[in-house]
Design a protein around this ligand. Structure first.
Ligand SMILES: C[S@@+](CC[C@H](N)C(=O)[O-])C[C@H]1O[C@@H](n2cnc3c(N)ncnc32)[C@H](O)[C@@H]1O
Length: 222
């Protein structure tokens, strides 16, 4: 039995994950070439990178998504925010956790219209649409309103968007809420502002880096 315990949903996720994995070699080559030419910066994506990534899944690896599912179950999470949704692969795990906890809402965020449309279709096909509030557009606008205390946040976004997202979500975190942020070791220079945010006692967060591939930050609201 998989961690999700839902073979039909797992089959849908596996098919989407396969599409994501099929894009990885091309993405690796493209960024590798730009790194060799010295064209990339940790300050954020340029227009060429945004254009290239406009149709890329970059789905969270299954083992990390399963960890998020189990953490949401442990927290009895019913209010979840996903920062960076793409085609919605990780959203399936979060929605399943909320459903299995008795119901609730996942706020999902995606600014590429084609990805948001595909994510909506994926949620519909999986029968989980009623659990997801997909907010299309730039998260600096779409996360201005967050209702109720937030139990869990998945931070899976270009690093320059992490602190803008946290600034909006932070005031809504309930004590004991968990934030999971992906690739905090591999993308450490891009996460500098995030670690400064974590180090500020006024923000009331403590964290450790879990040894998943690329590093996965596990942060708890005190
Ligand atoms: C790493 S992907 C998310 C993958 C997703 N969590 C999954 O597992 O399938 C990050 C996504 O964030 C989106 N994104 C980047 N900047 C954004 C912003 N300012 N507002 C909303 N979405 C944004 C990108 O288009 C991209 O699809």
């Amino acid at each position: 039995m998989s961690v999700l315990g839902d073979p039909a949903l797992q089959a849908r996720i596996d098919a989407l994950q396969a599409q994501s994995v099929a894009q990885e070699a091309e993405t690796g080559r493209w960024f590798g070439e730009r790194i060799r030419k010295g064209e990339l910066s940790w300050e954020g994506f340029d227009d060429a990178s945004h254009r290239f990534m406009a149709d890329k899944f970059v789905a969270l690896e299954p083992i990390k998504a399963e960890f998020c599912y189990l953490t949401c179950r442990a927290l009895r999470a019913t209010r979840v925010v996903e920062v960076g949704t793409s085609y919605g692969v990780s959203t399936h795990y979060l929605a399943a956790a909320v459903r299995d906890n008795g119901g609730g809402r996942v706020i999902a965020t995606e600014y590429e219209p084609a990805k948001a449309a595909a994510a909506r279709a994926n949620f519909q096909a999986a029968g989980i649409s009623d659990l997801i509030d997909l907010r299309e557009g730039d998260l600096r606008e779409t996360l201005q309103v967050i209702d109720g205390p937030v139990d869990f946040v998945l931070m899976d976004i270009w690093t320059e968007m992490v602190v803008p997202a946290l600034t909006l979500i932070g005031p809504h975190l309930r004590p004991g809420a968990v934030i999971v942020a992906d690739n905090t070791t591999a993308s450490r220079p891009g996460y500098r502002a995030f670690f400064d945010y974590l180090a500020d006692p006024a923000n009331g967060l403590r964290s450790m880096t879990l040894p998943f591939e690329g590093g996965l930050e596990f942060c708890v609201k005190l």
